[in-house]
Design a protein around this ligand. Structure first.
Ligand code: ATP
Ligand code: MG
Length: 406
């Protein structure tokens, strides 16, 4: 029935001179997201991307592309060839077109009573019929054929439940009844590279997804503190990175050895400041990794006021040691909204598996919620910061995660 998918992109259309780079990045992301389903012909015309595929694969591909950043909407469509000489489009051709429209309508519309409207866009003005005439004829045909099956159907030009769209382009007519939403945003890899601080919690994977949706390509770091944190906690993070990799391509997951850092903080720093100082050490190690990998920003899952360390003072104390902009996509989001996003992208079920958090194990009873920079500096005095960073990175494991879209 369907033989292609019409893919619409939004914002990348605004990029002026760079538009071709954006489109080719989006096309390569589309290929990657569908690679295991086949090698499909793709063309970029009329400000759209067309992907041609066998009819039985179309729905599966649509499902995949609904998660590819940069796409705002998609329509499975049927192409109706009328050859180069559009002006010679005749009665017979129109009969065939009518049959196609009815066939599609029957396949897509299952629940009655319902309403519909036909909407024709005629980009090719040499087409011998005008849009209102086409709308009328096709609408009448649908009513005639479907009503003969004794179901209740009517035309509603204002708020139809089904919009039957007919697009007439050079030599071809495209028919479609559905517009599925894509995630919007920008194609992954069109905005440069950043390092995601990925814990096993609910928040940071969502932050990563939002970064991908803004065109970043990501690598990740997970601060592991064995034996205080288990192998299972690490596996959780690997599984989360796999989900992100389905959307964003290869992710290098860095796992520095954080145990010694935490032990030294516990031994040498005032207890009320251990969390703040630990977060600063995470940022410092992240700085080092970002430098090594040519990344230009850090991404975290922090949300203002969510926990004791996510106060303005807490964020400021992290930012003071950051050598790159710290992107916090969730900063103004409520937990409920973050959870809804996590469910949508498929990380929620992984994130709620029970695990020990390297942060909670060392959390004192009364962490400072308004840490003062002076006091923090004083608290860090006995810490051998550079040596600790060096050793954490020397003992680092790096896992390359390259998960196919599924
Ligand atoms: P999440 O749900 O992402 O774990 P959270 O609400 O538990 O976040 P915190 O534990 O304060 O908040 O962590 C804030 C952010 O710091 C996380 O979103 C993540 O980006 C980063 N982070 C915390 N712990 C780790 C860790 N062990 N490894 C890597 N990043 C971490
Ligand atoms: Mg956490």
């Amino acid at each position: 029935m369907y033989d292609l998918i019409i893919i619409r992109y939004g914002e990348i259309g605004l990029k002026g001179d760079n538009i071709n780079d954006f489109i080719s990045q989006l096309v390569s992301n589309i290929k990657r997201a569908t690679a295991d389903l086949g090698d499909f012909e793709i063309s970029t015309v009329y400000g759209r991307i067309f992907l041609y595929a066998e009819s039985d694969k179309i729905e599966k591909i649509v499902g995949r592309l609904a998660n590819v950043p940069g796409i705002i909407s998609l329509s499975p469509a049927q192409r109706f060839r009328i050859g180069k000489k559009v002006a010679k489009f005749n009665e017979q051709d129109f009969e065939k077109l009518k049959d196609s429209v009815v066939e599609l309508f029957k396949a897509e519309v299952k629940n009655y009573p319902t309403t519909f409207k036909v909407k024709t866009t005629r980009a090719d003005k040499s087409f011998p019929m005008e849009s209102p005439e086409i709308n009328r004829e096709l609408g009448a045909e649908i009513l005639r054929k479907i009503e003969s099956d004794s179901v209740s159907l009517s035309v509603d030009v204002h708020q139809p439940e089904h919009l039957v769209e007919v697009e007439i382009r050079r030599g071809k007519v495209y028919l479609f009844l559905r517009r599925e939403a894509g995630p919007g945003g920008l194609p992954v890899k069109s905005s440069g590279k950043a390092l995601l601080l990925l814990s096993g919690g609910i928040d940071s994977p969502v932050a990563g997804w939002l970064g991908l949706k803004r065109g970043l390509s990501l690598s990740a770091v997970y601060f592991d503190s064995p034996p205080y944190t288990s192998e299972r906690a690490k596996e959780k993070v690997i599984d989360l990175a796999k989900v992100l990799s389905r959307y964003g391509g290869e992710i290098k997951l860095h796992i520095p050895y954080f145990t010694e850092v935490q032990q030294e903080i516990l031994k040498n720093c005032p207890s009320r400041y251990t969390v703040t100082i630990m977060r600063r050490m995470m940022i410092r190690i992240a700085n080092r990794l970002a430098e090594m990998n040519n990344e230009l920003a850090l991404v975290t899952g922090e949300s203002l006021g969510q926990v004791a360390s996510q106060t303005l003072e807490g964020l400021r104390s992290s930012d003071e040691v950051a050598e790159f902009p710290v992107l916090r996509p969730l900063i103004t989001m409520d937990k409920n909204d973050i959870i809804a996003s996590a469910k949508r992208i498929g990380t929620y079920e992984i994130s709620i598996r029970p695990h020990e958090d390297c942060c909670t194990i060392f959390v004192p009873d009364n962490p400072a919620t308004q840490p003062k920079l002076d006091t923090i500096h004083y608290g860090e005095e006995d810490l051998e910061i550079e040596e600790l960073i060096n050793r954490a990175v020397e003992k680092m494991e790096v896992i390359t995660i390259n998960e196919d879209a599924k």
